[in-house]
Ligand binder design. Structure first.
Ligand code: ADP
Ligand code: ZN
Ligand code: ZN
Length: 789
């Protein structure tokens, strides 16, 4: 097998033009795009519908094609631009689409083409550069363009709301009104209103006049006399004036200064730099000073953070530092807030946009730098629908815009490290903590043959006690919420299983329910075994609720603060719960991976990881990488500031070679070993990979369909002489085959060259569209999958 080290983000860069071509080829293949993409010139006063113009419209439907419409009746050619929203009839529905091209060639008979209904925008909502990016993404991720474009818009714009800030009606004097004496008017309210407006020549808003209790009658009569007039104005927020900095920046230590200097040298045009810095090494400070440099040049900066990383702490740091308009965008905001943020970005009013995944697709006319914090984080990959990877797509965006990208992480992804090895990314490392805090060491605690009290070994409890007695804080990490992973009958061995999934139900004691964490199915906790009737039901294993009970029993005088999805609802509540921790009081902080990112707990001196073994034997090829990243991230919470930290990992596999490498030699050595073992088996990042997923309500249907697809693929591969370039594996049932009442199966596709793999995937999508699967079968293509479950 030939290995070609080609990586998502990279090869992206190289094959940009190639990809764009294949996307067009693909439309040709499906017999769709014969259009010459250009604006027909000619007499602009002729109504468009009578001319030959055809709009190529992308619609949010799961079809790999564009649709032809005539322009709406009243619209002229010079009002039309790609990227505008347009309302159309589609079947018996009305849909909102995006104009992708304006052409004079139809792809269906002209008498079948209908005029579109309404043009919604004067200016495109998707700029030419965003359209180009999304075109690329649709082709690369094999997702219908219409859905991709739709996905890129804030919900409010998908619903057809206007793409501008709310407008305000203002009332102002006319020239005549300015020279009229109020006393010449009859009614006293009319006199007062005229006086009021003469005092405020720039005008007063309708709302202000309402609160002053002027009736519309009063307003109307002055308007009829030609004394006042109204006009509407968009309420655009203003960017702050004055100094760029609110506070002096920290003076950098030598390694930070070196990183910043290098970044500034590489600051012209496109480049990717990986800043690998241990937690607390001061990466954020380097971001801030690099960003400052771009703000000085009046550029906009995009900062992408993981789902969980956009904490009030992060935001505060940006706002404290810069006297600029820092705008955030995340899934917790409502539709209006998101629209507002989007508009601020598009209008250039947002100087820094900090957001999760989807912020990547927001138009930023003066974008000068993209920073991706925690670049290894799995939440950058969308797990359903349009399955893009925000980091990889951000790199494509930067390439297209010819600007630099900075990737930061304490535990870089194997993809990025591989790109460093290949010389595609520049590597900067910061191995010491800023402010001279000591980095914590990982210590494996072998718990084979040791009795456990509610999941805790005696030496671990002893360590917790020691730190608490010294007035310190302790963090206990367990990545499993609920009370116990399942309920078990001691007499017959029955286990509480989900009826809809191949999974156990988790016992939640506080809500007194059994809950499936895969489909959210819930049931009451049975008093007797449903199988044998025995009352000997007992919870098995540890969840955070149970650990909370145990710790509160063992350390009755110490507050135990539990942070997981059940105890926290919303960012605000999280901050409230964490308040005593930030105040530095001795306490035990217990939680899931919600604790692992974005937070600094300077007074935590001990991190205890109760169960380090969850990732060791994962069915997924990224399981080990994820486990190592999570452990290092959790460990990194400890011993910031001046207090040295200690990290204890309880494990039954202290001799596992990868765990040993991680603990003894650190993440970097671990990552290098893991990269080599992926190379041996030809997995990403060494070989690009895609999955064809399918599921169906009845068993075996998805598997059978994938087998028939595999056959078709093999025939095509043979025909193209790609026997060496492409390998197929499967189909196989998914490792959790039944989930939410559907049976799932997978077909793996590997390519030694990304070019052939992508060509094949596009052929595949066109093939499936022409040969539709059995009813109710759902399928999707996942390019560069984040997991293979
Ligand atoms: P990272 O992002 O790498 O985890 P941070 O930028 O959050 O690290 O820095 C960790 C801590 O060190 C923060 O409290 C920060 O204020 C402090 N810090 C960073 N750089 C410096 C510096 N040059 N001098 C003093 N303190 C610093
Ligand atoms: Zn039983
Ligand atoms: Zn379930």
């Amino acid at each position: 097998m030939r290995h070609s080290p080609i990586l998502p983000s990279l090869q992206v860069l190289r094959c940009l033009t190639h990809q764009h071509r294949t996307s067009l080829q693909h439309y040709h293949m499906a017999g769709i795009l014969h259009a010459r993409i250009q604006l027909p010139l000619g007499d602009h006063n002729v109504p468009a519908a009578t001319s030959a113009i055809i709009l190529k419209v992308a619609l949010p439907v799961p079809l790999f094609r564009l649709f032809d419409y005539y322009p709406p009746d009243s619209v002229t050619a010079d009002e039309l631009q790609p990227g505008q929203r347009i309302q159309v009839n589609f079947g018996h529905r009305q849909l909102l689409g995006i104009i992708v091209a304006i052409s004079d060639e139809a792809s269906i008979a002209r008498d079948k083409i209908r005029p579109a209904l309404t043009l919604l925008d004067r200016e495109p909502v998707l700029s030419a550069s965003i359209l180009k990016l999304l075109h690329w993404a649709a082709s690369y991720y094999c997702h219908p363009l219409g859905e991709v474009l739709y996905h890129a818009l804030p919900v409010a714009l998908r619903q057809g709301k206007p793409a501008h800030f709310p407008t305000q009606t203002l009332w102002q004097l006319t020239e005549l009104g300015g020279s009229t004496r109020p006393s010449s008017l009859t009614g006293s309210r009319q006199q007062q209103l005229l006086e009021e407006l003469q005092r405020v020549p720039q005008g007063l808003s309708q709302e202000a006049l309402r609160t002053l209790e002027y009736s519309s009658q009063t307003l109307n009569s002055l308007q009829k006399r030609g004394l006042i007039h109204s006009f509407s104005r968009e309420q655009r927020p203003l960017a702050p004036h004055g100094n760029l900095l609110n506070e002096v920046h920290l003076s950098l230590n030598a390694q930070q200064q070196n990183a910043l200097d290098t970044l500034l040298q590489r600051d012209q045009g496109f480049s990717v730099t990986l800043l690998e810095g241990v937690t607390g090494s001061g990466k954020t400070e380097v971001y801030l000073q690099l960003i400052e440099h771009h703000l000085l040049q009046k550029q906009q900066v995009l900062v992408l953070v993981p789902e969980i990383g956009l904490t009030p702490q992060t935001l505060r740091r940006f706002k404290h530092r810069f006297n600029v308009n820092v705008v955030i965008l995340h899934s917790g905001m409502n539709d209006n807030e998101r629209l507002h943020a989007w508009l601020e970005a598009r209008e250039g009013i947002a100087q820094i946009l900090i957001g999760t995944r989807s912020a990547l697709m927001v138009p930023l006319p003066r974008l000068g730098l993209i920073v991706i914090d925690e670049e290894h984080d799995a939440s950058f990959k969308q797990h359903e629908g349009f399955r893009y990877h925000a980091r990889d797509l951000a790199i494509v965006r930067a390439k297209q815009a010819d600007i630099p990208v900075l990737l930061g992480s304490a535990t870089p992804s194997l993809e990025s490290l591989h790109n460093v090895e290949r010389g595609s990314y520049y590597h900067l490392r910061m191995l010491q903590r800023a402010g001279n805090a000591e980095a914590p060491r990982l210590h494996c605690l072998d718990i084979r043959n040791r009795p456990l009290t509610q999941g805790f070994s005696a030496p671990l409890l002893e360590s917790i006690r020691r730190h608490i007695e010294q007035g310190q804080q302790v963090m206990v990490f367990l990545n499993r919420r609920g009370f116990a992973p399942t309920l078990h009958c001691a007499d017959c061995g029955w286990l509480a299983e989900c009826a809809s999934c191949d999974a156990r139900m988790t016992l939640h004691k506080q809500s007194r329910r059994l809950v499936c964490h895969h489909c959210e199915h819930q049931a009451a906790i049975p008093l007797h075994c449903p199988s044998c009737g025995s009352a000997a039901l007992e919870p098995i294993g540890q969840g955070t609720e149970r650990s909370e009970d145990a710790l509160s029993d063992i350390f009755p005088d110490v507050p135990v603060i539990r942070i997981d999805r059940d105890s926290v609802r919303g960012k605000q509540r999280m901050e409230t719960l964490l308040d005593p921790v930030h105040k530095g009081h001795p306490c035990i902080l217990l939680g899931t991976q919600m604790l692992a990112k974005g937070h600094h707990f300077p007074d935590v001196t001990l991190v205890a990881i109760i169960d380090a073994d969850q990732g060791l034997f994962s069915a997924d090829f990224r399981g080990m990488e994820r486990m190592a990243q999570l452990l290092v991230q959790v460990a990194g919470r400890a011993g910031r500031a001046q207090k040295p930290g200690e990290v204890i990992l309880q494990t039954e596999h202290a001799d596992h070679p990868m765990l040993a490498t991680l603990c003894e030699q650190g993440y970097d050595a671990f990552a290098r070993e893991e990269l080599r073992s992926r190379q041996h088996v030809g997995l990403p990042p060494w070989q690009p990979m895609a999955l064809l997923r399918a599921d169906h309500r009845r068993p075996a249907i998805a598997l059978e369909w994938l087998s028939s697809i595999r056959q078709a693929l093999q025939d095509y591969i043979l025909q193209q002489h790609w026997g060496h370039e492409i390998q197929l594996a499967g189909p196989l049932p998914a490792s959790m085959e039944k989930r939410h009442d559907r049976y799932r199966a997978l077909l793996h596709l590997y390519g030694s060259q990304r070019r052939e793999l992508h060509h094949l995937l596009q052929w595949l999508c066109a093939f499936i569209e022409l040969n539709p699967p059995p009813g109710d079968l759902r399928w999707s293509v996942d390019v560069d999958p984040a997991d293979t479950f």
